[in-house]
Write a protein that binds this ligand. Sequence first.
Ligand code: AKG
Length: 280
Amino acid sequence: MAELEIFDNGVSIEQIIPALDRDGAVIIRDLLSMEITTQIIEDLSETLEASTPGSKSGIESWEEFHGGKTVRFCGLAAKSRAFVDHALLNEYLIKVSDHYLLKSCADYWLNTGQVMAVGSSEPAQYLHRDEDNWPEAMNKDQEITFSCMYALSDFTKENGGTVVIPGSQNLPTGVIRGLEVPPEEIAYAVMPTGSGMIYSGKVVHGAGANITDQMRYGMHVSFVAGWLRPEEASPLVIDKETAAALPQRARQLLGWGSYHSVGGGRTWLVDFDDAKHLFD
Ligand SMILES: O=C(O)CCC(=O)C(=O)O
């Protein structure tokens, strides 16, 4: 079995980048404090209780991907200020995303913030890459998306802890759906509550099988290059009033700001003006 490198909160970015370059994923313990984790869970619990397992897509291939026993929901920034301040604006996730994504774009924004609660007896999800969302933009020389899987409960090998293939970010460019790999190449994101696994959009991974009788509560946050269309339509969910109360960087990440390309044009404008001026 392969392993991911595990760091403690407080580690420098310079220490984790070599591990990310090598494996495509790292685990950081205590990325969220217990107090913040508890607050986020409390903020999201009403939606969690009201959500039923299975895909909302109505599309067979997505039903398989989303998992029939897995609860998923988005719009987290509208539901939890603690999510915004500590998960969306997480210092490590932002610094790592700056390091990798700003080589391919002038800025990035939220791709999706999503609870992924894997239910008891859910089989393993097929292995994939997050950059599969944007096949037209894949390029071996650039990262277009970076993610963090926060553990809102302990992640174990038995309860669906994320399966990761370290080094698979270097496999040939292209969409991967259902890669078969020998057991010795597989690592599991085994991590206590409050930890986060930060990973490249190129690394092959998927939710593990949950063979326990408990749910595994994960919360995924991913960023994507500002010139690409995100999975989640955040500004259609986070209304202007909610956005106005948030820090400017959070607003920008949530789509309440425009994109200024390096040496090219500006996009996502409001009558030719930067959307951030809606809050002046
Ligand atoms: O839940 C997990 O551990 C990973 C899920 C995942 O990779 C996805 O749904 O895109």
